[in-house]
Structures are given as C-alpha cells and as structure tokens.
Design a protein around this ligand. Structure first.
Ligand code: AMP
Ligand code: ZN
Length: 471
C-alpha cells in the first residue's frame, strides 16, 4: 500500500519492518468531552489502513492511547512553544470542575463514549488502549533516561525540559527548524524562566499549590506529565523501538509529533517511527470543526435525527483522507439514503450464487493501494451497481469483498421504507424553504432543512426543486 508520509513529503510504498506484521501507533482522544466527527475522521484513517493491511494478509498491531492527563488547553500546536508550568489548565481537570465531579470520572465517562462511537462507526478495536494516567512510571523512566543522556534538564522549580538543541534533526516532520522558531510566538511573556532556550518543552511539569488531582511523586517533586512524552512512552512500551506507522490529525504534526519524535529517537538511538501519516481536517457546514469554535457534530447528533451512523462513515469515505472536506447535514442524509439503496440491492443480489469479479476487485485494490483513494472506490461501487454485464451473484460477492475495507455493513437489510406523509406542517415548511431559496436566504433554508430532518424527512435539492425522502 502507498501512503503520503509527512516526513518524507511524498507518497511512499509502506513496507513493514518485520515481514507480515504492521505496527501502528495512533494518537487517541483526550477524554474531557465527546469525540466529534472530525476526530472520528482521523480515527477512521487508522481504521482504513488497518483494514486494508489485514485484507492484504498482514497482522496489525495497533496501539491507541487514551489521554486522560497532561493535555493542556493551550497545547494547540499553533506556535510550537509548549509552555512550562501553571500557564493553562489541564483539559480533564477543567471539565471536572465544570461538571463538579472528580477528574478520573470525567475521563472514564468520555472514554466509554469514545468506544461506543467507534463501534457505531464500525471502527475496529485496537490491540490495546493504554491510558496516560496508568503509564506514569514509563514516562518517569523515559525522562530519567533523557536526563542521563543530556537531552533533558531539570529547572529550579522541578519542571523537566527537553533540550531542543540537543536533537539535531528537530523539524524533520513539520519543516519547523529551530532557528526559525521565534521566541514567545504564541504566549508572549509567559515563557518559563527555567527554560534554557525558548523552543525547549516540558516533559514533566511541577504541580503548583492549586493542582490537587492528577499529580504524581517523582525524583523532581510532585507533578504531572507533558502531553508529548505520553505518546513516546506508550508507543515504545507497547510497540518497541521500531514502529511502522504513526497516525494523527494534521494539527498534531507540530509540535506534538515533532517533539515526540525527538524524545523517542533520543531515547532509542534510532529512527523509531518509519512513516508519519496525517489526516486532513474535517469542516462542518463550511466552518472548522472544533470545540473551541462551537462548531461540532457528534455521532449522537446524527443518531438523534434517526440517521444511520454509518452514513457518517460513507460521507467521510467520499473524500480521500488527505484532502480537507466539508461535511454537511445534506451529505449525511444523502449517504443515509445511498446506504439503504445499496443494501436493498444487496438483498436482491444475495439470492443468486456467484463469485468475486476479478476485474472489479483489481480496480478496487489498485485504488486503495494508490494512497487510499476511497473516493475512487465508491465510484467503482456505483459503476458495479449499475453494471448489468456482471451477474447478481457476482455483484453480491464482489461488494462483500469491498466491504471488508469499507466497513459499511452493506449486507445488512435496509430499513423498512417509510412513506413520507405530507402533513400541513411539512407542506408549509417546504413552501417557505422553496421561497427562501429563491431569495437566496440560505440561512433560513438550512434552518428549515434541519427542522425537516428532526421530523424524519431528508431533503435533496436539484434542478427540479426539493426532493424529499423518509429517513
Ligand atoms: P483530541 O481528542 O483533541 O486529542 O484529538 C484526537 C484526534 O482528532 C487528533 O488526531 C486530532 O488531530 C484529530 N482532530 C481534531 N480535530 C479534527 C478535525 N476537525 N478533523 C479531523 N481530525 C481532527
Ligand atoms: Zn499523541
């Protein structure tokens, strides 16, 4: 399989270091809130790599961490200077305060929800989901080693920093070289006075008086881990010093992955990760999807509208992982309808026996081999659906094979078709929406579309007007 490696800046053939086994480390969720569909897009990327590798006969070892401590509100990855102690709050602790419960209850609640959401999207389970809060000993050992090797130093306050200048190939993933990083780029005036150099980052942070939860005793005093060291410690512990693929969203390229690479390589004296694969961001209704901007879509929001959660998966597959995409309610409703259409056909085709069509299968494999071109695969699926030269039984077997990677449960029976009953309320909404569209009042048009979806009615706009269907 070929994938785009951020570090080499090109599409490369993925060759496992140990033949037959593919070792993947995926940055997992920070469990202080429900993962949104943007996060899910990144988790789906790992799932596609995993499923396609398995399809090709490889054994996949996948480790995905659970970040339940140490991810600070300002670890945005925008500026590259990870501040030292006490600058902003730990995300899990902040949410614990908001919900008036202890930090670990927050973490476990959102971790449970994360697993439920993965299941709803048919994202296969990882081999293990280590928690940061249960890997503290590993981190302490790793930090001790980095201090011994003179890659890290202890500040007066007890915060331990990585010495960025001690790692000569810093910047290889992101292109952000040390001499180009400006001091105080992000948080002017808040830099820790204990730092020797502005681009050094904290491996272990000294806990001030105010922090009473999620702290641990160490040789440097009581404190808590920096976010980046967690992933170095857990990836090396569970996958060893040689890992094939590391995945994450594009925002993690810097500083998270850059810093992780420096820590891991400095400790292991080798290039630990062979390929760095990043997924582009997901937008929702034209705007960035993020908790801070308030523009989030949750898997539960889609369920609440009576839509199949796998409609999200299908919508995401319409775009290759490497292109930014805009998800909309319209596209999710359309995917819901498409899923049911294909499933209906599959029920019909399943009545005849057949075998996999070699020609279609070869095209399917070539599209996935070529940097996971899922859009091409879906086009191929639509062509096959209409291709009367392929027998029903053959179409059934071929689509079943595609679905090993697509993961859309295409062999499931479709939902029973419901007739749309046009009540006076629905009629009124449709008329108002048609008028709003004529007047280019897109805001009102979208509001009414959402009202209709809440009533269980999907809508599709075409040249001939508004087409409605039951969800
Ligand atoms: P977090 O729970 O914030 O640590 O993020 C979990 C994963 O989701 C990381 O790999 C992020 O890079 C990724 N991510 C965050 N926002 C988006 C988005 N809008 N689209 C795609 N991936 C995202
Ligand atoms: Zn990570």
């Amino acid at each position: 399989m070929k994938l785009y490696d951020t570090s080499r800046r090109e599409v490369v053939e993925i060759t496992p270091l140990v033949p037959g086994v593919l070792k993947i480390y995926a940055c997992g969720p920070t469990v202080y809130r429900d993962a949104h569909v943007g996060n899910m897009r990144t988790f789906l990327l790992t799932d596609l790599i995993k499923r396609f590798a398995q399809y090709q006969g490889l054994n996949v070892e996948l480790i995905q961490n659970i970040t339940d401590v140490g991810h600070m509100a300002d670890d945005t990855g925008l500026g590259g200077i990870d501040e030292g102690q006490g600058d902003t709050e730990d995300r899990v602790l902040a949410q614990a305060k908001t919900e008036s419960v202890d930090a670990l209850s927050i973490a476990r609640k959102y971790e449970d929800n994360f697993h439920k959401d993965l299941k709803l999207l048919n994202i296969q389970k990882a081999t293990k989901y280590p928690r940061a809060s249960e890997s503290i000993e590993l981190m302490i050992e790793l930090i001790k080693q980095l201090i011994e090797k003179k890659h890290a130093y202890v500040g007066k306050s007890g915060t331990v920093f990585f010495d960025a200048k001690s790692f000569s190939s810093y910047g290889q993933i992101s292109g952000n070289k040390l001499d180009e990083l400006q001091p105080g780029y992000r948080f002017e005036g808040k830099s820790d006075p204990d730092k020797k150099f502005h681009a050094d980052w904290a491996l272990w942070k000294h806990a001030g008086e105010n922090r009473t939860q999620l702290t641990w005793e160490t040789p440097w005093g009581r404190g808590y881990p920096g976010w980046h060291i967690e992933c170095s410690a857990m990836s090396i512990k569970f996958l060893g010093n040689k890992i094939d693929i590391h995945t994450g969203g594009i925002d993690l390229r810097f500083p998270h992955h850059e810093d992780e690479r420096a820590q891991s390589n400095a400790s292991a004296n080798t290039e630990v990760v062979n390929y760095w694969i990043h997924g582009e961001h997901l937008l929702f209704e034209g705007r960035k999807m993020s908790k801070s901007s308030g523009n989030v879509l949750l898997v539960s929001d889609v369920l609440a509208k009576g839509l199949d959660p796998l409609a999200i998966r299908l919508s995401l597959l319409e775009h290759r992982y490497r292109s930014q995409m805009d998800l909309t309610w319209n596209s999710i409703s359309a995917s819901h309808k498409n899923l049911n259409r294909i499933r209906e056909k599959m029920q019909e085709w399943s009545k005849s026996s057949g075998s996999v069509d070699k020609n279609y299968l070869a095209q399917f494999e070539s599209a996935l081999n070529g940097d996971l071109d899922t859009n091409k695969v879906l086009q191929l699926l639509r062509t096959l659906e209409k291709d009367e030269t392929v027998s029903n039984g053959d179409r059934y077997q071929t689509v079943l094979k595609f679905d090993e990677v697509l993961g859309l449960d295409l062999h499931h029976a479709p939902e029973a078709k419901k007739e749309v009953e046009i009540t006076p309320e629905i009629k009124g909404l449709l008329e108002t929406r048609a008028k709003a569209r004529l007047e280019k009042n897109w805001k009102l048009s979208d509001e009414i579309r959402d009202k209709l979806i809440a009533l269980g009615i999907g809508i599709k706009d075409s040249d001939s007007g508004q087409e409605i269907f039951s969800l």
